[in-house]
Design a protein around this ligand. Structure first.
Ligand SMILES: NC(=O)c1ccc[n+]([C@@H]2O[C@H](COP(=O)([O-])OP(=O)(O)OC[C@H]3O[C@@H](n4cnc5c(N)ncnc54)[C@H](O)[C@@H]3O)[C@@H](O)[C@H]2O)c1
Length: 280
């Protein structure tokens, strides 16, 4: 998928990745496997109620498992909702039962919806907080005891450029992503004494089903049937580099760096992978 050479940057590490059925989570799982990690793939694998575009399917989780195995690494496919403590903890327990340790955690599960700040419903707000903020904290909490016992580990949280700035119609998403920045910094501070690092990768628009679905594109263009060409023109203005959007592997490569020992001196930072969007 990436054409990258296997260089063993994560040799024999055990990684837990949420949102792994597709998009950034999937790309990260494959990139980690290419670099020698075994990966536990967590995903809800179904539509999230109230979200205006189709969710991942459980079959996609199995497909990613097969893709990881085709790269010569081991994978666990774990259906779990990151908003449910019992499901998150059971998934993490099964990773420990299978492999005995957890070296890396990537929190990539997330959702999107949109409305003016003054027109958001209670349900839209709460679902956003539950998945994109509380869900991130729950997986970080769940893997912490194993990492603390090992006295090593690295966490990478997927934030957004909206961890740093606002965008119209995304008050709830912006608030949740600013919250992810705070959660990341808290884990970085509290877990540093155990040799555990925590950082975030904060993307601009990425070519995944979260954005490139008919509902989102029509919101973007302001009319039904908005085309990819219209989206391209929009995002070329939003970003600074003359590239309309990131590919999932662009994000996965940044996550890989922060997860690897190459970043052993780096904790508590937010790394935008933003095509220069935050320059504006
Ligand atoms: N795509 C972008 O433009 C973009 C930009 C900035 C940040 N992000 C962030 O990147 C992360 C990954 O998004 P993506 O673009 O890959 O989207 P995606 O929709 O392709 O993937 C998200 C995955 O999360 C899973 N998920 C959703 N709710 C879940 C839950 N409650 N429990 C477990 N799994 C759940 C979905 O099933 C899906 O597989 C998200 O946090 C998103 O906010 C995306």
């Amino acid at each position: 998928m990436t054409g990258a050479q296997m260089t063993g940057r994560l040799s024999n590490k055990i990684a837990v990745i949420t949102g792994a059925a597709r998009g950034i989570g999937r790309a990260t799982a494959l990139r980690f496997a290419e670099e020698g990690a075994d990966v536990a793939l967590l995903d809800i694998g179904r539509d999230v109620p109230g979200i205006p575009y189709a969710g991942a399917k459980s079959s996609q989780l199995d497909e990613v498992k097969a893709e990881v195995e085709a790269l010569g690494r081991k994978a666990l496919a774990l259906t779990a909702d990151v908003t449910k403590t019992d499901q998150v903890n059971a998934a993490v327990a099964s990773v420990i039962a299978t492999w005995g340790r957890i070296d890396l955690m990537v929190a990539a599960a997330g959702i999107d919806s949109w409305a003016n700040a003054w027109e958001l419903t209670d349900e839209q707000w709460q679902t956003m907080m539950d998945v994109n903020l509380t869900g991130v904290w729950k997986i970080a909490r769940a893997v912490s005891p194993a990492m603390i016992e090992q006295k090593s580990g690295a966490m990478v949280f997927i934030g957004s450029v909206l961890s740093h700035r606002a965008n119209k119609q995304f008050a709830h998403y912006t608030a949740a992503k600013h919250g992810v920045l705070g959660v990341m910094r808290a884990f970085a501070l509290e877990l540093a004494p155990y040799g555990i690092r925590a950082n975030s990768v904060d993307p601009t628009v990425v070519k995944t089903d979260m954005v490139f679905n008919p509902q989102y594109l029509d919101r973007l263009g302001g009319h039904p049937g908005t085309t990819m060409d219209e989206a391209r023109a929009h995002y070329l203005k939003w970003n600074t580099l003359p590239i309309p959007w990131c590919e999932p592997v662009d994000i996965a490569n940044a996550v890989l760096f922060l997860a690897s020992d190459e970043a052993r001196a780096i904790t508590g930072i937010a790394l935008p992978v933003d095509l220069g969007a935050l320059l504006k």
